[in-house]
Design a protein around this ligand. Structure first.
Ligand code: UD1
Length: 375
């Protein structure tokens, strides 16, 4: 049997790889190895996702952990090379745009192993974002570029990519969302937090550009505080953000806004229970912009740009930047019931993993010479 090796590392990877791994297992045509780099290692950032998504435990765990970008990426590359030598995969499947994605793609490309990038073609056109570097380099070396929306195809074609490498398969993260929504809504998450459906907002923040700069972070907190005077704001705090709140001495601001409720990072199902019934979502996450569009919940993106423009063009997303006045105005509008309405984009239909599995089977039955990257 031909072998597919999947790489996951950080929180937003798990809900993308899980349905693909499951679809391939069910079809029974390919062998699989699941490698977890350990870029995210806390129970709440990693383990709970395997349980919630019904994902097979990793076959290989590398325990890479935190570090500077160079350290984290380099350590991951060193360990992945050993795994690839041992496992001899026919295809390496990487998802998203985190450092583990980049490391896997670089190592496989130097070893002449075919690479598939799931979630290819997304561009924020902001080179100061580490994820943008990861996206560009990964797409450059990957043989198969699997796009979640057709703006991804257009970006790749503009970069001169041969169309034969591009496959519009849809958004695999929405497979996880649709498969889990009913289970999530049976949880007592809302009741446990004393919330009523559509009676609260949800916020997440973790981008370096938002949380590492105390001026930006305190501006965002003041906007959240404004929102929290109208509805409770549930804010599951990423470890990076928690550290920055403490380092910048911003906890006083939080104490003055009792409606702004900081909680620990949540599991996949618990968080889905919360977002699916929210009146408004405020976030700097890429994934949550897509999930809110799929859930038809208005979303304010607290960034100056997005690599997911389809969520703005067709979905419920509005890019509002980091100015507290603008955020507060748009939040008021959404809370008054005038938030952005939208529709669900093409092929965000819960069947993406099946299309990916079929594509991998087709590709792996072809001679290996045919799919070398042309980059
Ligand atoms: C990473 C991804 C980002 C993704 C985000 C989702 C890159 C370049 N960035 O950013 O694209 O949106 O994950 O969460 O790959 N930490 C813990 N426990 C953990 C994980 C991290 O305490 O389980 C701490 C680390 O020690 C570090 C900080 O959080 O101080 C940042 O972690 P890191 O993986 O470097 O990047 P993220 O900001 O999480």
């Amino acid at each position: 049997m031909k072998k597919v090796l999947h790489i996951v590392g950080a929180r937003p990877n798990f809900m993308k790889a899980a349905p693909i791994h499951k679809a391939i297992a069910e079809r029974g045509q390919l062998a699989q190895v699941l490698v977890h780099t350990g870029q995210h290692y806390d129970v709440k950032m990693s383990d709970v996702f395997f349980t919630d998504l019904g994902m097979a435990p990793p076959d290989v765990y590398l325990g890479i952990g935190s570090g500077s970008h160079a350290e984290q990426t380099a350590r991951t590359m060193i360990e992945l090379e050993k795994v690839f030598l041992r496992e001899k995969p026919d295809l390496v499947s990487v998802v998203g745009d985190v450092n583990s994605t980049l490391a896997g793609a670089l190592v496989a490309s130097k070893m002449g192993i075919r690479i598939s990038h799931v979630e290819a073609g997304l561009r924020s056109f902001d080179p100061t974002m580490p994820e943008e570097i990861n996206r560009i380099v990964t797409d450059r070396v990957a043989n198969l570029l699997l796009t979640p929306s057709q703006d991804g195809d257009a970006n790749l074609l503009k970069e001169g990519v041969d169309p034969s490498r591009i496959h519009f398969v849809g958004n695999v993260m929405i497979d996880s969302l649709l498969a889990s929504k009913a289970r999530a809504e049976k949880l007592s998450t809302l009741a446990d937090l004393g919330l009523t459906p559509k009676g609260y907002a949800v916020c997440t923040l973790h981008r370096a550009s938002n949380v590492d700069d105390p001026k930006v972070l305190s501006g965002l907190l003041s906007a959240l505080s404004h929102v929290s005077h109208r509805v409770p704001v549930i804010f599951p705090v990423h470890p990076r953000t928690r550290k920055m709140l403490a380092d910048h001495g911003l906890s006083g601001m939080l104490e003055r806004s009792p409606g702004l409720r900081l909680v620990e990072p949540m599991g996949y199902l618990e968080f889905l229970a919360l977002t699916s019934q929210a009146r408004l979502i405020l976030t700097d996450s890429g994934g949550l912009q897509e999930e809110s569009t799929a859930l038809s919940v208005p979303c304010l993106t607290l960034r100056e740009n997005t690599e997911r423009p389809i969520t703005v063009e067709q979905g419920t997303n509005l890019i509002v930047g980091t100015d507290p006045v603008r955020i507060s105005e748009e939040a008021d509008r959404a809370l008054d019931g005038n938030g952005k309405k939208g529709r669900v984009p093409e092929l965000w239909d819960g069947r993406t993993a099946q299309r990916v599995a079929e594509l991998y089977e087709r590709v792996l039955s072809i001679g290996s010479g045919e799919l070398r990257a042309t980059a």
